[in-house]
Design a protein around this ligand. Sequence first.
Ligand SMILES: [Zn+2]
Length: 252
Amino acid sequence: MVTNLALERYLAEQLEVEHFHDYAPNGLQVEGRAAIHRIVTGVTASQALLDAAVVAGADAVLVHHGYFWKNEAPVLRGMKRRRIATLLAHDINLFAYHLPLDAHPELGNNAQLARQLGILSDGVLDARGLQGVGHFGCLPAAMTLAAFGQQVAQALGRTPLLVSGGEHPVRSIGWCTGGAQSYISHAIALGLDAFLSGEISEQTVHEARENGIHYIAAGHHATERYGIQALGQALAGQFGLQHKFVDIDNPA
Ligand SMILES: [Zn+2]
């Protein structure tokens, strides 16, 4: 057992929350009951995840994508009202960690995705102090883009969108989970063979082709499933909690 406030303090320290300027608050976003025995983790605090947490009897829900984003309307209406009403009605705590969970060197989305894909990390892609979230590194052996695409599909259970930047194989690679397609510029600056992120924009295709770098769009949700799971497992071990990861399918 751990109390909600003690858990928030512990996570603030572990994830170095104070070092990040983020688009949403990192920590306890909606306060529920004090005692936490059972946690549910998920990528996004959607209604479906909250409903699953209620069924599971969770005391707390931990997510990567929480609420109260900077560009969001500051009122509790519609979808947002229903979600928060669900949490309050069942006295469930909502904890959310965005950039700190992307960046953590062991539990983070980028570190965990590299484990899933068998990529070895050499360093941080965008060295902006402690906020660097993307990585660069290499595959154990060079392979064609098509073969790497198959490996990604197998690891993530989702077929990636591949943009070829030429005939060269993939050996050196940059990656950043989620919607980090603009980070392709860092990978180009480093002269990497390929860059992988979750999402893709129209212009990303031209950037890849004209700069001779392969681009792999592997899914925002699919690339960000692993950090929150690793965090939930670590907390279960640390505090003797019951932990369940709930994957709400999302093709984007
Ligand atoms: Zn994300």
